[in-house]
Structure formats: structure tokens, C-alpha cells
Design a protein around this ligand. Structure first.
Ligand SMILES: Nc1ncnc2c1ncn2[C@@H]1O[C@H](COP(=O)(O)OP(=O)(O)OP(=O)(O)O)[C@@H](O)[C@H]1O
Length: 127
């Protein structure tokens, strides 16, 4: 059974586990390069277009949400694979649900990006 007492050392250890999780996400998931490109593009664009504070807040929040969803999706995939590598309809459904959650937040982030960057990009291109 795990120790439930609150200690600074325990919290520090949990923090290092969480950092290790971020490292796993970075090293082990093929989609992270894609998310990194999106993150760099979004931050670079916000800087280039001199976004207002509330716009920066949206950009940062949605970047975080997409990475968060990707991390949870990866955790679900790994946990499912640990349960069984055999074909199983429930495992398939769990993985599809987790992937669907990533798709929902990615599409939402794209819609917000179109609202924030779209008019500026059009103006930049002389539209
Ligand atoms: N054990 C399984 N039983 C039934 N269906 C599965 C199983 N494993 C995967 N699937 C199906 O295949 C899809 C892809 O699964 P997979 O584990 O390859 O994830 P992925 O989206 O390719 O992610 P990644 O490439 O990051 O591992 C799942 O969404 C699910 O529909």
C-alpha cells in the first residue's frame, strides 16, 4: 500500500515522476513533433502579430490543453496495452475515446486559432 502522509520529500518525488512522464511523452510519442511544430507556430505568430494579453492567454491555454490531452491519450494507450495486446472491443473503444478527446481539443484549438490569426494573416497577405 502506498504511503498517504504528506511530506515534502514525497511531493518532490512525485514531481520528478511527473517530469519523467513529460520526458516519456516527448520521447515515445510520434505526434509530439507535430504538436511542437504547432506550439512554435502559435507562439511565434502571437509574438509576430503582437497579441493582446487576453489573446496570449487563449493561445497559452489551448497549447496546454492540447499537450494535456495528448499526455492523457498516451497514458490510456499504454495502460490499455498493459492490460492486453490481444484485440479486444473494450480496449479499442477506450483508445478511440481517448483519441477522440485529443481530436476535440485540437479542432477547438484550430477554430480559436482561425479566429485569432485568420484576419491578421489575411490582412498580411493583402486580402
Ligand atoms: N488491443 C486492441 N483491441 C482493439 N482495438 C485496438 C487495440 N489496439 C488498438 N486498437 C485500435 O487501433 C487504434 C489505434 O491504436 P494504437 O494503439 O495503435 O494507437 P495510435 O492512435 O496508433 O497511437 P500511437 O501511434 O501513438 O501508438 C485504436 O484507436 C483502436 O481503434
Amino acid at each position: 500500500m502506498s504511503d498517504t502522509r504528506f511530506t515534502l520529500a514525497g511531493r518532490l518525488k512525485a514531481f520528478t515522476y511527473a517530469l519523467r512522464g513529460i520526458k516519456f511523452l516527448w520521447q515515445g510519442e510520434p505526434t509530439t513533433r507535430f504538436h511542437l511544430a504547432g506550439t512554435v507556430l502559435a507562439l511565434g505568430g502571437a509574438w509576430y502579430f503582437d497579441f493582446a494579453t487576453w489573446e496570449w492567454a487563449f493561445v497559452i491555454a489551448f497549447i496546454g490543453l492540447v499537450w494535456f490531452a495528448e499526455g492523457v491519450n498516451s497514458a490510456v494507450e499504454r495502460a490499455c496495452d498493459a492490460i492486453t495486446l490481444e484485440r479486444d472491443p473494450l480496449i479499442g473503444r477506450a483508445k478511440d475515446l481517448a483519441a477522440g478527446a485529443v481530436l476535440i481539443i485540437s479542432m477547438t484549438a484550430l477554430a480559436v486559432a482561425l479566429l485569432l490569426y485568420g484576419p491578421r494573416v489575411v490582412a498580411l497577405l493583402g486580402g
